[in-house]
Design a binder for this molecule. Sequence first.
Ligand SMILES: [Mg+2]
Length: 230
Amino acid sequence: MTTVQAITFDLDNTLWETDNSILKAEAKMKKYLESVAPQWMTDFSIESFQKTRASIVRERPEIAHKLGEIRKLTLQHWFLQKGAQNIEASRLAKEGFEVFYSERQDVKPYPGTDETLEILARKFPLAVITNGNADVLSMPIGRHFQFALMAQDFHSPKPDPVMFEEALKRLQCKPEECLHVGDDLDHDVGGASKLGIKTVWINNKNQPTQYKSQADYSIKTLPELVTLII
Ligand SMILES: [Mg+2]
């Protein structure tokens, strides 16, 4: 792959396993809210939270990808519905979100991630394109990236081209000179390849390999990138 000039990465389930860290962060948020507003939390569960969130997303589909905003609106709606006054509902929603958000940053990169990024960053500018809201630049592995684009700052999430186009502009790369690495066939592989960006599919969940052909390359773990590219 001699033409590669820059590499962009997805975060969730590409550099770390996400589902557990979200569950952990939600449990911490719930515990916090139970301690400060027990009267309104008796029937709060992750399932009831998700149900409320789904109704908020149905009402406001245009901000469905602004995950922080949706989470705060969901919590606010919950407390209002339970009888809290506006100001209190907003305060609890903000505090609950802050507890969740800070815990959500506690992710453990897959084995070999830091070393792989370190090697690649010596040769290529690296950047992040994520639909999630992890603050990667504040993490130790963030030092390898030139910038991180988050869907919540754009009108649409991946696979929409908007973030890929912004990354190409900032990296001063033509699409065919850029490589995008991600686990999601639709968001990452589909979105990037529509623009002519080369794609590497991280198939770390052992999905059927018939999907492989949609991406230019397919690997199972991030460290395989080094032999693929260098
Ligand atoms: Mg992902």
